[in-house]
Structures are given as C-alpha cells and as structure tokens.
Design a protein around this ligand. Structure first.
Ligand SMILES: NC(=O)c1ccc[n+]([C@@H]2O[C@H](COP(=O)([O-])OP(=O)(O)OC[C@H]3O[C@@H](n4cnc5c(N)ncnc54)[C@H](OP(=O)(O)O)[C@@H]3O)[C@@H](O)[C@H]2O)c1
Length: 174
C-alpha cells in the first residue's frame, strides 16, 4: 500500500476520562454511535478483544449487520476470542504494535484505534489525531482514557445535547 494512513483515536469519555463500566459504555447517546459509524465505515478499526467480543455479542443479538470496515482485534491468546464473525475483513494480532503495522499495510486513508481502555492506553503514542466525545458529568467507571494533554490543538469543537446528556464533539491534534 503506497499511501500512509492517518492514525486516529475515536473515544467517548466523561469528565473523569471514564469510558466504561462492567464491559459497557456508561451512557447511550445515539448521535455519538452514529458519529462513530460515519467516521469508521469503509476504514480500518483496531479493537481490544474485550471490546470486540461485546460488539460482536451486540450485533449477534440484534441481528443487525456490522458496518463494513476492516477490523483488527488485539489479543494475547487466540483461544479467548469469541467464535464467529459478522465481518469478512477481520484480522487477529497479538500486540498493538502489530495492529498498527498491519493497519498501515491494509488501510490507505485513516485507521481508528477504537478502544477499550487497554488499547487506548497502549495506542495513544501512535495517534496523530483524536476524535473525542466528552460527556458532561462523572459516571461510575472501571475503564479510563489516558492523559491526552499532548494534544493541544483543537481543530473543531461542537456542543451538543439530547434528552439525557450534554456532550461535545472535539477533534484534536498535537
Ligand atoms: N467510551 C468509549 O469510547 C469506549 C470504546 C471502546 C470500549 N469502551 C469500554 O471499554 C471497556 C473495555 O476496555 P478494557 O480495557 O477492559 O478492554 P479492551 O481494551 O477492549 O480489551 C482488552 C484485551 O485486549 C487484549 N490486549 C490488550 N493489550 C494487549 C497486548 N499488548 N497484546 C495483546 N493483547 C492485548 C487482551 O485480550 P485477551 O484477553 O484476549 O488476551 C485484553 O484482555 C468496556 O467497558 C467498553 O465498554 C469504551
């Protein structure tokens, strides 16, 4: 592949950088899920095995198709990967470094490191750009986004709200 893709992170967090609790995202914001889908469709995403398993479970239960994208799953043990797949462009790798190397080979435009906490922590050093959703409030959480104070330049910021949550979409670079 000749073109070098941008390596980005897409994540939603609260004011404490909390991103998940008991394997789930602590809020449900339709516009945020839509933003994730619109950003990543047709591109390449990198998930930790736990996040991928829970997404797979969701799509299997709902009977809805997974959006078309190249998916790289990071796992230390292939035995722990849930059987079954709803996407044909699915790759398993055994480290985040390997995920980035593979992503650069298969993706010409943009790679999205997409969680969860372990993968954001290890992946942020590779990222050039962050697409964040910052939800107002402090939620119970056991998974967190890492410090991102290196990303000082705000490309765009948009305040939003729905019936239940106030949040903003922010795009940042270093
Ligand atoms: N708000 C958001 O934007 C967002 C996005 C995604 C997920 N989440 C939330 O984040 C939480 C899940 O995050 P998590 O940190 O528990 O799990 P995770 O990052 O999704 O997955 C962790 C798994 O990734 C694999 N892994 C991690 N580092 C590795 C390495 N260096 N080499 C090989 N494999 C490695 C291991 O898989 P094996 O165990 O198979 O070895 C590990 O158990 C959930 O609550 C989820 O809802 C939130």
């Amino acid at each position: 592949m000749d073109k070098i893709p941008t390596i980005s992170i897409v994540a939603a967090m609260d004011e404490n950088r909390g991103i998940g609790y008991h394997g789930k995202i602590p809020w449900h914001i339709r516009e945020d899920l839509l933003r994730f889908k619109n950003l990543t469709v047709g591109k390449t995403v990198i998930f930790g095995r736990k996040t991928y398993d829970s997404l797979l479970g969701y799509y299997q239960r709902s009977g809805r198709p997974m959006p078309t994208r190249r998916t790289i799953v990071v796992s230390r043990s292939s035995g722990s990967i849930a059987s079954g797949s709803l996407t044909k462009d699915l790759y398993y790798v055994s480290s985040v470094e390997e995920a980035i190397r593979l992503a650069k080979k298969i993706e010409p435009v943009e790679v999205f490191i997409s969680g969860g906490g372990e993968i954001f922590n290890q992946g942020i050093k590779y990222a050039e750009k962050l697409y964040l959703t910052v939800v107002e409030g402090k939620f119970q959480a056991d998974a967190f986004f890492p410090d991102y104070s290196e990303f000082k330049n705000i490309i765009s910021e948009e305040n939003r709200s729905d019936q239940n949550f106030k949040y903003k979409f922010v795009e940042l670079v270093k």
